[in-house]
Design a protein around this ligand. Structure first.
Ligand SMILES: [Zn+2]
Length: 452
């Protein structure tokens, strides 16, 4: 048993309960008790962590990502999504299992250091003969100790058939479905407290055929796993969908069975009022990625309207090739600023930003009964933040430091196990992860003779 005492607790429970000085007791991988004031005597035998000066929040949930991109940062820094993708596809064609392992371990280590306890991933580049890329990233997640939801992604609409990616990086329709089913059979754990769950995740309307979208949805629903894809990220995509299918991206997705309570979609920057209503009515989740949307100049997602309509909205860092900093905690700040650029100072509060990064993400993953708030019975995924020191001293509200300011992570627990202590990764050597990632970056750049 483990007890954290004397911290500021932002539980993110449905009532928004906060305790300026409280305690949290962990037994095994679950939260046993949480409350205000000193540790009750019945928990006196627990190992103690002094939480004074620290803010406890639920571990952050990263709702959209591409871990492999960690080793292709800094390319096409001044381009649109389609231009950036076209520059990177040939580089990504050089991926193999060793490169993915190095990228995923480094990237997950970095996510942990920025408060993320659960990360999704959306891996959609599977070059022929590249090895078992999904296994490589799942083993990396187990090494670092994060809860992991990889999506078995796919692309099968190459340039020769009117898609964006070169034919060299696409796969065959039947091979994709067989590999996706095999990934579910091998890795998906539906049980309470699962560390690994698989999603079905074809890449985007401009890189996947309608037939594969429909068949992927059927497969996911037969298997009882969640569905994820990119949608409505840019105006170029909207134009592609109107020209190719005569539909907006949201209409196209709904036609193919891709709206529903088992679906969460990345970006959703360009949505009509009608589409927002359909997302809310169907319980379709959105992974809002403000840094990536800004980096690629894609636009500002209608987060305030989505939240007001009742749609689940989580936050994602998106792949590191379009968000080189990749810090999970920064997405809260960026989400707040982006919403306010578009909608004024009342468009999003600090507490709403934290809500998105915790319960919002948990809802996207269908795990709101397990994750996203500090409540008895839920999983012990906890982030402890330093809100004082030069960065935050004198700011009365710790949540103001967390979202408007520059907090530092002190400790991260995932299922009650320590992943970060005193601001350092304890499950792996950060320097070794960085060195391996640098070597992997050099090797994949060499694959196309590309310099950065
Ligand atoms: Zn993405």
């Amino acid at each position: 048993m483990l007890a954290i005492e004397g911290c500021y607790l932002a539980t993110m429970d449905p009532a928004g309960t906060e305790h300026p000085a409280g305690y949290l007791v962990i037994e095994g991988n679950r939260i046993l008790a949480v409350g205000p004031g000193p540790l009750p005597p019945e928990h006196a035998a627990a190992e103690r962590i002094d939480g004074s000066g620290l803010l406890a929040t639920p571990g952050l949930v990263n709702a959209h990502h591409h871990l492999y991109q960690w080793i292709t940062r800094g390319y096409a820094t001044d381009d649109t999504l389609f231009g950036w993708l076209t520059a990177l596809y040939p580089v990504w064609a050089g991926l193999d299992a060793e490169l993915v392992q190095a990228a995923a371990a480094a990237n997950l280590g970095w996510l942990a250091l920025t408060g993320c306890s659960t990360s999704t991933d959306h891996h959609y580049v599977f070059p022929t003969g590249s090895g078992d890329l999904l296994a490589a990233e799942i083993l990396a997640a187990r090494q670092i100790g994060l809860r992991f939801h990889p999506g078995r992604g796919s692309m099968n609409l190459g340039q020769s058939a009117g898609g964006l990616p070169p034919d060299s990086v696409i796969e065959d329709h039947d091979d994709i479905l067989a590999a996706t089913q095999a990934a579910i059979d091998r890795w998906h754990d539906p049980s309470f407290g699962a560390m690994t769950r698989i999603a079905v995740a074809p890449c985007s309307p401009f890189s996947v055929t309608a037939e594969l979208m429909r068949d992927s949805a059927d497969l996911a629903r037969r298997a009882g796993v969640r569905m994820h894809t990119h949608l409505a990220e840019t105006l170029d995509e909207e134009e592609f969908c109107r020209e190719t299918y005569g539909r907006t991206p949201a209409q196209y997705a709904e036609d193919l069975g891709w709206l529903g309570p088992d679906v969460w979609l990345a970006h959703c920057v360009h949505l009509s009022g009608e589409a927002i209503g359909r997302f809310a009515a169907t319980g379709t989740g959105v992974a809002h990625c403000p840094t990536s949307n800004g980096r690629l100049g894609s636009g500002i997602a209608p987060v305030r309207a989505l939240l007001a309509a009742g749609a689940p909205v989580g936050l994602g860092v998106d792949g590191a090739a379009s968000n080189e900093s990749g810090r999970m905690i920064d997405e809260l700040h960026q989400a707040l600023l982006a919403a306010r650029f578009a909608g004024g100072p009342l468009a999003l509060s600090a507490r709403q930003a934290l809500q998105m990064a915790t319960m919002g993400g948990a809802r996207c993953l269908g795990r709101e009964d397990e994750l996203g708030s500090l409540e008895a019975g839920k999983l012990a995924d906890v982030a402890l933040w330093r809100t004082g020191g030069l960065a935050g001293a004198g700011i009365a509200d710790p949540l103001c430091v967390l979202v408007f300011g520059a907090p530092a992570l002190d400790r991260l627990l995932v299922g009650g196990l320590t992943v970060v202590r005193d601001g350092d990764l304890v499950t792996a050597d950060s320097g070794a992860l960085a060195a391996a990632a640098a070597a992997a970056s050099a090797r994949i750049a060499g694959h196309v003779g590309a310099g950065i």
